[in-house]
Design a protein around this ligand. Structure first.
Ligand code: ATP
Length: 427
């Protein structure tokens, strides 16, 4: 049958030897357990696209958990089981990971007979997947190692650069596929096929996305943001009117696009300054900017956004215009410090989103570097002991003004400055 094809040569060509040997080994474990085992999904897709992919998803016809236990013992690697879903994952020391699932569509020839498992099992498993390009399998058992199972024209769609659902109810079955369609379209520069696009739009208009938990929507959105060109993805979500079903009060404009692009540049610019960073929340700063409190509350609850995010967003919104102005006019660091202090990553990138020219970006970057590297050598108790200042608020104030002075003049002698400031002599 022409559903099957030999993929061995392309596997040998595109898969590193180490991974290829592992796949062969996994195939022999299938033999030992008398169960067919396949590598499926993204790995197979990327094999044909010539893209490196080391996320191995296996489907086992039979008992996936038993297979996983056997494989983990043979390979001497860690395993985590999910009994309920009949899945398991193997974790290698070097971070490599294999997910194992059970194909679960046994059918009964006659009632009370043992379930029969045959080729239709893997076919049904593949049929449940999101898009044709993700619905191929390659058999790993020794006799058939490298046989491609392509029941739904996946290779053809890959060649024609098309995202196509496997059946008409696909988006209703799982509306998060609407977001996934955009992600794959953008990542590979493919096109959503016409009929698929029609169904996508109908499903949107039927408000099916609203029926999905915020958690699942958020997960898919985060994946879009992790793609190489997230702005392109967000723009496409807006174009297809998907974005308004996710964030009802967000209007994607060219200004917003510009801000998102500026922000993207800033991630790279600030990569050595911040270790704690949340790119998703950074983008949300722009997508949810100037929301009224009630709409923000709704979004916050639906997507599990922390209150701290909302507080920081509102606080930044209020300071935005003065701060931008200060940066553009190259006001001294201590004045900027009085308005924004030491901003968290998401606030810094929020401000960067408003900076179009490189010199302003560099100036603000210098500010951040300075603010995070400036440390006072003198301690507060010097003020107590040597200058006889006992009130803590007053000590705080003096320390702060020395800190501000040092922001503008990194090479000051702190002690000299202190004397000058207090106009006194020591001891
Ligand atoms: P990536 O390269 O981003 O990891 P992927 O295709 O591996 O892409 P995953 O989200 O890891 O994407 O999903 C793994 C596989 O599981 C997919 O190839 C797809 O076949 C299937 N899959 C994932 N999510 C869905 C879904 N919502 N509906 C149907 N099939 C899905």
């Amino acid at each position: 049958i022409d559903f099957f094809e030999d993929a061995k040569s392309i596997m040998i060509k595109n898969i590193p030897n180490k991974v290829l040997n592992l796949l062969r080994l996994l195939g022999t474990y299938g033999d030992d357990n008398k169960t067919p085992v396949y590598v499926v999904g993204g790995f197979v897709r990327d094999l044909f696209l010539g893209i490196k992919n080391f996320d191995i998803d296996l489907v086992v016809e039979g008992n996936g958990i038993e297979f996983a236990r056997y494989a983990s013992k043979q390979l001497g690697v860690k395993m985590v089981e999910h009994e309920k879903f009949l899945t398991a994952s193997l974790f290698f020391k070097d971070g490599f990971r294999i997910d194992i699932a059970t194909a679960r569509t046994e059918y009964y020839d006659k009632p009370a007979e043992l379930p029969k498992v045959d080729v239709s099992t893997i076919k049904k498993d593949l049929y449940r997947r999101d898009f044709t390009i993700n619905a191929m399998a390659i058999k790993l058992n020794s006799g058939e190692f490298g046989t491609l199972y392509d029941f739904f024209g996946s290779r053809k769609d890959l060649e024609n650069k098309i995202i196509r659902v496997l059946h008409k109810l696909s988006f209703i079955e799982d509306p998060t596929r609407i977001i996934r369609a955009v992600r794959f379209e953008q990542r590979f520069d493919f096109k959503i096929e016409d009929e698929t696009l029609e169904i996508l739009k109908e499903t949107l208009e039927g408000n099916y996305l609203e029926k999905v938990t915020g958690q699942r929507i958020r997960q898919e959105l985060e994946k879009i943001i992790k793609e190489k060109d997230p702005v392109k993805g967000i723009k496409r979500l807006a174009e297809l009117k998907i974005l308004m079903h996710i964030f009802p009060k967000t209007y994607f404009t060219t200004t917003m696009e510009k801000k998102l692009k500026n922000m993207l540049v800033s991630f790279d610019l600030l990569k050595n300054i911040y270790t704690k960073r949340n790119i998703f929340y950074a983008f949300l700063r722009i997508l949810l900017e100037f929301y009224d409190m009630e709409s923000l509350k709704n979004v916050e609850e639906r997507y599990g956004i922390p209150k701290k995010f909302v507080d920081e967003l509102k606080k930044t919104e209020r300071r935005l215009i003065p701060v931008i102005e200060m940066i553009k006019t190259r006001i001294k660091f201590s004045d900027i410090y009085k308005v924004i202090g030491k901003p968290i990553f998401e606030t810094a990138t929020h401000i960067m989103a408003y900076l179009d020219d490189n010199n302003s970006r560099e100036y603000f970057k210098k500010y951040l570097e300075r603010v995070f590297s400036t440390k006072l050598n003198i301690k507060g108790n010097i003020l107590k002991d040597k200058f006889n200042i006992k009130s803590s608020p007053e000590i705080g104030k003096i320390m702060n003004s020395i800190f501000c002075y040092k922001l503008d003049n990194p090479n000051i002698n702190e002690m000299e400055k202190l004397k000058e400031l207090l106009g006194g002599t020591i001891e």
